[in-house]
Design a protein around this ligand. Structure first.
Ligand SMILES: Nc1ncnc2c1ncn2[C@@H]1O[C@H](COP(=O)(O)OP(=O)(O)OP(=O)(O)O)[C@@H](O)[C@H]1O
Ligand SMILES: [Mg+2]
Length: 239
């Protein structure tokens, strides 16, 4: 059961949004997903409260340093993916979550190039790797990228991160009203009404491409349903 943590020491980088997109895409493909809400501001929990029950999704609230490992252990036989949403901080809970993750996703706002909070997490990962003599796999995902940002500008940011040896997810998450509205109205990109939400098709395409890339990084061997098999085939074909 891969554990994927979203971390950036700076608030507002798009962690919760990216975590929710990934969780809901995986759930849609037939995987059982747990989201551990490790942010005291409880954005994921609030989203879940207004959304109500959704197939394949469970949200665990009020996760603390003391309870984190126990949650992950008890979820191991229960879900295919565990996704942890952290506060924009660099504290003991962030360190604990990173230490227990199979992959750390660091959302960084591509447009503002404000990567300082992301750099703090990259430094923390390096420190933990050295102290524990382990490898902590991680990637940066560019978020809130305005549609007018050119491919060239993105390639420049990716190049800069590559010189630090950082893997950058090819699919940037665009700035889209559909992603904002998830938190205002609840639900998923697939329960929204395309007549009411602008560019919903593009938002879905973006979210799906992001999830597919993450699937490729963290292959899931459990094949449960025809939907899941189709998804795994799509991932393989796209590789
Ligand atoms: N791709 C996006 N498109 C449009 N709005 C976005 C996008 N990503 C994030 N936002 C908006 O930006 C704000 C901050 O995003 P989000 O809550 O995902 O960031 P965060 O890193 O989890 O912040 P915090 O550190 O406070 O938990 C929210 O209002 C959210 O709706
Ligand atoms: Mg958040």
């Amino acid at each position: 059961m891969p554990v994927i943590t979203f971390a950036n020491a700076k608030g507002g980088a798009g962690k919760t949004t990216a975590a929710l997109l990934l969780a809901t895409e995986f759930a849609r493909q037939g995987f059982r997903v747990a989201i551990l809400d490790a942010d005291p501001q409880r954005w994921i929990t609030q989203w879940h409260d207004i959304t109500g029950a959704l197939p394949n999704i469970q949200v665990i609230s009020e996760v603390s340093v003391a309870s984190l490992q126990g949650h992950i252990r008890s979820l191991a036989g229960e879900v295919e993916y565990t996704i942890i949403d952290l506060a924009g901080a660099r504290d003991a809970l962030v360190t604990a979550a990173i230490g227990l993750s199979d992959h750390v996703m660091i959302p960084v706002q591509g447009c503002a190039m404000d990567a300082r909070g992301g750099a703090q997490i990259l430094d923390l990962i390096k420190l933990m790797e050295q102290a524990g003599n382990v490898k902590i796999s991680h990637s940066v995902v560019l978020t809130r990228v305005a549609s007018m940002v050119t491919t060239r500008a993105l390639l420049t940011i990716k190049g800069l991160l590559a010189t630090r040896g950082v893997n950058v997810i090819d699919t940037p998450i665009a700035e889209r009203s559909a992603f904002r509205e998830l938190f205002d109205y609840g639900g998923t990109l697939y329960t929204m009404d395309p007549a009411k939400v602008s560019n919903l098709d593009k938002a879905r395409e973006n979210s799906r491409a992001f999830a597919m890339e993450v699937s490729r990084l963290l292959p899931m061997r459990v094949v449960r349903s025809p939907a899941t098999r189709n998804w795994l085939k799509l991932v393989r074909d796209a590789a």
